[in-house]
Design a binder for this molecule. Structure first.
Ligand SMILES: NC(=O)c1ccc[n+]([C@@H]2O[C@H](COP(=O)([O-])OP(=O)(O)OC[C@H]3O[C@@H](n4cnc5c(N)ncnc54)[C@H](OP(=O)(O)O)[C@@H]3O)[C@@H](O)[C@H]2O)c1
Length: 275
């Protein structure tokens, strides 16, 4: 449990591998038929030692947040020993809507603060000055410890960076062995040079990770699965953390353990040349 690798920016330390909670509790709306499977996954994650949970007001219509809150309360973990990221939906970026959205997330989690609050997606025609007036207020009021964004390209990231009264902690974007879009558009470089974490989402391509000879050979050499190698590759990058999702307790443990895999620079490069 004590072995998880971390990244530290602005004196805030996050584990290299956290738990993504999209589809926990349902897809676009709450699906109580998934509660038992969802709680089993969250309990497995807590038992394995995950401390960072990534959710959003839109996940399962808010039910993902409710189940995370429930699983953490039941585990007896102290609030300060977990790190909760949630996100405000792109249709809620007006001043009052941001404040209401955050209050809703806290109510569903039954918590009095979020560790990290992200703008989920850039909105169309968003007035970011207005959005950040609300986000900055949430930080000043102690409802949110840190701010970040998600799915922001380099231009937009630089634009909103100036509007945040506290350093933006992360840009959460897709990043995997097969998806380098945010490497190619300069976001990864920029984050690495500016003390911003890149939180890699869909790190195993939503379960559709394609196998290939290089992945298989490296997996064999490390006595690991190709999924674990794909995660180890993602987090081999400085300033990159990730949040794989799984319902399967064995996969949940394997994903956590993937942080311990040390790839050689030759292995990292051989995967970097694939696509
Ligand atoms: N900010 C955004 O816009 C955004 C967008 C997408 C995702 N996210 C966040 O990122 C998290 C992760 O992304 P994701 O859920 O899209 O995709 P993902 O983590 O790449 O893939 C999840 C899928 O991979 C399978 N899987 C996971 N680990 C495995 C393993 N070790 N072996 C075999 N199969 C494995 C899971 O199936 P099993 O259940 O069978 O293990 C599940 O179907 C989300 O939950 C969410 O928190 C954010």
């Amino acid at each position: 449990m004590g072995n998880m690798k971390h990244e530290t920016v602005h004196n805030i330390t996050l584990p290299k591998i956290g738990f993504g909670a999209w589809r926990i509790g349902g897809n676009s709306s709450s699906n109580p038929a998934l509660d038992s499977k969802s709680l089993t996954a969250l309990r497995s994650a807590l038992a394995a030692g995950y401390t960072h949970f990534d959710t959003a007001e839109s996940y399962a219509g808010g039910h993902s947040e409710e189940l995370i809150g429930q699983a953490i309360r039941e585990s007896g973990m102290k609030r300060e020993n977990v790190f909760i990221t949630s996100k405000v939906t792109e249709s809620h970026l007006k001043y009052d809507h941001v404040l209401t959205a955050c209050a809703g997330s806290l109510r569903r989690l039954k918590m009095d603060y979020l560790d990290l609050y992200l703008i989920h997606w850039p909105g169309t025609g968003t007035n970011y000055e207005e959005t950040f007036r609300a986000l900055n207020k949430l930080v000043r009021d102690g409802k949110v410890k840190h701010l970040g964004v998600s799915n922001f390209d380099l231009k937009l990231l630089k634009q909103v960076q100036k509007l945040s009264e506290t350093p933006l902690l992360t840009n959460q974007v897709p990043f995997s062995v097969s998806d380098r879009s945010y490497v190619e558009n300069g976001v990864l470089d920029y984050c690495q040079q500016n003390e911003i974490l890149l939180t890699a989402y869909s790190p195993v391509d939503q379960g559709k990770l394609r196998s290939n000879k290089a992945l298989e050979a490296i997996a064999k050499a490390h006595n690991a699965t190709i999924f674990q190698i794909a995660l180890a590759w993602v987090i081999s990058h400085p300033r990159v953390i990730t949040i794989p999702m799984s319902f399967n307790p064995q996969h949940i443990q394997e994903n956590f353990d993937a942080a311990e895999i040390e790839l050689t620079s030759q292995e990292i490069n051989s995967l970097a040349n694939l696509k």
